[in-house]
Design a protein. Structure first.
Length: 541
């Protein structure tokens, strides 16, 4: 079998294929961010990694959740800072109860298949929180706006008109009043005013003074003074009713005022002999009301007792909890003492404290030195400005010592400025070198990503090898079939001439037998080679 390997078929060529599915999902993530309001994802010059990281940080900030993590994103972050921000973003997702899992190296490697569901969930949560807190913010703004913004005049007049209409519609209207209106009833005693008001609704009302008097003298003077008291009371009631007149109401009430007054007079006269029975009924009513109050107080007492029992149970439970807390506190104190004893035995903590104190002392000395340098530089600048002003005015033109001093100070200042520039340049170089050196976390992420890429490359190479093997097999099959067809065509072409003589037919049969023998030999060789390769494959595996 003849074949060719992938390197022989594509010698000197390398095909780089872009994953169409990854690109489509990445575009969906960016479209989600733009639709949610993160318009920075539209900028063409930014890399997709910056857009995704910035969009995730923006969505988490829009969720309005308290987190003790720095998720602020800037455009001028270095690659190390962006990777650390990615780690913080991924660590915050479980706190937000995100149902999807995501690793930092998947974000750095733009694994859109894993990023898309997380981005969909974050955008959905951000929009929901924005709608919720937007309505709350509008309500708070309206609440704070009302006290500072006065009501329009026309709206205030409308409110006053509606309030007046409601008050007039539900105004209390008297059916009867004492003759003379408000002035006529002002001269009466309070008891008489109450009595006249109650007579407006019932003619059976008994004045409180008469009830008390009858309750005391009911047994002693029941037969003797009954007639006189009844007549005096009837006379008093008739006088009060005659002194009362109907209050101004609708026009239909004026027509029947006289008839109502006569009916009230007749009913008052008829009810006059029944006053002792009314006093007895009043006493019975008072007794019934007292018994009802007693029952209500007893029910309240039982409820209070039940509540007291519940409070006692709660107090016992709290005492039990207090005892448990005291035991836990004693255990904690014991553990703290053990830890203190362990720290005293080991000197690592003391060394760390000394190192921290030394670092703080170095920082303070550095700050003091910087402040002294700034003050010294300010003084030098001030002296230089004074000397320059004096040189311009010509007041020191004739003093060579001062000119020499100025030149010396200028040279010192130039040397100091060059030294500061050199130190700043070295500091920038050191910072860049420090940023270029990856940390352990970055190396671990790079290792994870390289492992994934290696797996992808191996799978792609395996697939490509399978394609090449299939191509070589099909090519060999095609070549064999072409030879077979050529042979058959030759045989068909040679059959008619060979049938003319016996010698020609014998030669044709001999040639066919030779061809068949060669084919059988090739087949045997191919079978042997296949068995040999299968045996080698079994040994390798």
């Amino acid at each position: 079998m003849t074949g060719c390997t992938g390197r022989e078929a594509h010698e000197g060529q390398m095909e780089v294929r872009e994953d169409e599915e990854q690109r489509t999902k990445l575009e969906q993530c960016l479209e989600l961010l733009v639709a949610a309001g993160y318009f920075r994802a539209r900028i063409q010059g930014l890399p997709p990694f910056d857009k995704l990281v910035g969009g995730m940080a923006w969505c988490i900030e829009s969720c309005c959740i308290d987190l003790d993590v720095d998720l602020l994103y800037h455009d001028n972050l270095t690659i190390g800072q962006k990777i650390s921000l990615t780690e913080r973003l991924v660590s915050v997702l479980p706190v937000l109860q995100c149902p999807h899992l995501l690793q930092p190296h998947q974000v750095q490697g733009l694994d859109a298949a894993h990023i898309l569901p997380v981005m969909q969930w974050l955008v959905r949560e951000a929009l929901a929180k924005r709608a919720e807190y937007g309505s709350v913010s509008r309500a708070v703004a309206a609440l704070h706006y009302a006290p500072y913004q006065p009501t329009p005049p026309h709206h205030a007049q409308h409110i006053l008109h509606d309030l007046t209409t409601i008050q007039c519609g539900y105004e209390f209207v008297r059916r009867w009043s004492v003759a003379g209106g408000r002035q006529g009833g002002a001269g009466l005693a309070p008891q008489q005013r109450v009595h006249t008001t109650l007579l407006e609704y019932s003619t059976d009302h008994v004045p409180p003074a008469n009830v008390a008097r009858k309750a005391k003298d009911l047994q002693a003077h029941e037969e003797i003074g009954n007639t006189q008291e009844n007549s005096a009371e009837a006379t008093e009631r008739q006088q009060l009713l005659r002194s009362m007149q109907q209050a101004p109401q609708h026009s239909s009430d004026h027509a029947s005022s006289d008839a109502r007054l006569n009916a009230m007079l007749k009913s008052a006269a008829a009810s006059t002999p029944l006053q002792p029975h009314a006093a007895a009924s009043l006493a019975t009513k008072n007794t019934a009301s007292l018994s009802e109050q007693n029952e209500a107080l007893e029910a309240q007492l039982s409820a209070l007792q039940l509540q007291s029992q519940q409070q006692e149970n709660t107090l016992q439970q709290l005492q039990l909890n207090l005892q448990q807390a005291a035991h836990a506190l004693s255990d904690t104190k014991g553990q703290l003492q053990h830890l203190k004893a362990d720290n005293q035995h080991g000197g690592g903590v003391e060394e760390m404290k000394k190192l921290v104190e030394e670092a703080e002392r170095i920082k303070k000395s550095e700050h003091q030195y910087k402040d002294e340098c700034r003050q010294h530089a300010a003084k030098l600048q001030q002296n230089i400005r004074l000397l320059e002003d004096e040189m311009k005015t010509g007041s020191i033109g004739a003093s060579p010592e001062l000119l020499l001093l100025v030149q010396q100070e200028r040279s010192k200042w130039a040397k100091t400025r060059d030294a500061a520039a050199t130190a700043a340049r070295q500091l920038a170089l050191l910072r860049r070198a420090w940023d270029d050196v990856p940390g352990n976390a970055e190396l671990a992420q790079y290792r994870h990503r390289l492992t994934e890429l290696n797996d992808m490359v191996m799978s792609s190479e395996r697939e490509t090898q399978q394609f090449y093997t299939m191509y070589n097999t099909l090519l060999d099959s095609k070549t064999a079939m072409e030879k077979h067809l050529t042979l058959l065509n030759d045989i068909l072409d040679n059959i008619p001439p060979s049938m003319k003589s016996v010698k020609s037919s014998t030669q044709l049969l001999a040639q066919v037998d030779a061809v068949l023998g060669g084919i059988q030999q090739n087949k045997t060789k191919a079978c042997n080679e296949r068995e040999h390769q299968e045996a080698e494959h079994r040994e390798v595996t």
